[in-house]
Design a protein around this ligand. Structure first.
Ligand code: AR6
Length: 171
């Protein structure tokens, strides 16, 4: 079975088939990891996103990585946290599931995710980590093509939350 790991790092440096971008529904860039990815990839990434005309929350779109070490960027707008009663968990699960689906459709074997929605979008970290790890585990249980999926955490608190959530799943 494909492996899942959590590491501390900067996803713009990931040498993998695809990195996932925690985008917004315009797909035209922003702050946080989205801004970092667009800066590192160069202006061609913005140009490649324009024709999509945006993307609904939970869906995913793919572009080349341009100047990034990653071959592809998969853009997915996460849900904004509104207290948990507005389908946030379903939408967050959709982000992970649809991103991996697009990755597999493009023959990716290695995929890195940031912690979608837990920055500006305010999704509580432990709850987001539980949804993310459960969704990734389900996909990994069914894939024959993916080899490695990683969660690239920008800080220790985030890394710990995903490691704990993964350990709680395996139990
Ligand atoms: N590598 C890995 N993780 C990072 C990096 C990086 N280089 N930079 C930040 N993070 P956020 P969201 C972490 O706010 O909550 C944007 O403006 C960060 O510490 O980037 O989904 C978009 O355009 C946090 O743990 O994404 C949207 O408008 C995680 O990435 C909105 O923010 C996600 O934080 C999306 O908000």
């Amino acid at each position: 079975m494909a492996e899942f790991t959590v590491l501390r790092g900067d996803i713009t440096l990931s040498q993998v088939d695809a990195i996932v971008n925690a985008a917004n529904t315009t797909l035209l860039g922003g702050g946080g990891v989205d801004g970092a990815i667009h800066r590192a990839a160069g202006p061609e990434l913005f140009e490649a996103c324009v024709p999509f005309n945006g993307c609904p929350t939970g869906e995913a779109r793919i572009t080349p990585g341009f100047k990034l070490p990653a071959k592809w960027v998969i853009h997915t707008p996460g849900p904004i946290w509104h207290g948990g009663q507005e389908h946030e968990a379903e939408l967050l699960a959709d982000c992970y599931r649809n991103s991996l689906k697009v990755a597999m459709a493009h023959d990716c074997r290695t995929v890195d995710f940031p912690s979608i929605s837990t920055g500006v979008y305010g999704y509580p970290l432990d709850e987001a980590a539980a949804v993310a790890t459960q969704t990734i585990a389900t996909v990994l249980g069914h894939t024959t093509t993916l080899e490695q999926v990683r969660l690239v955490a920008f800080d220790d608190l985030t890394a710990t939350a995903y490691r704990t959530a993964w350990a709680n799943l395996v139990d």
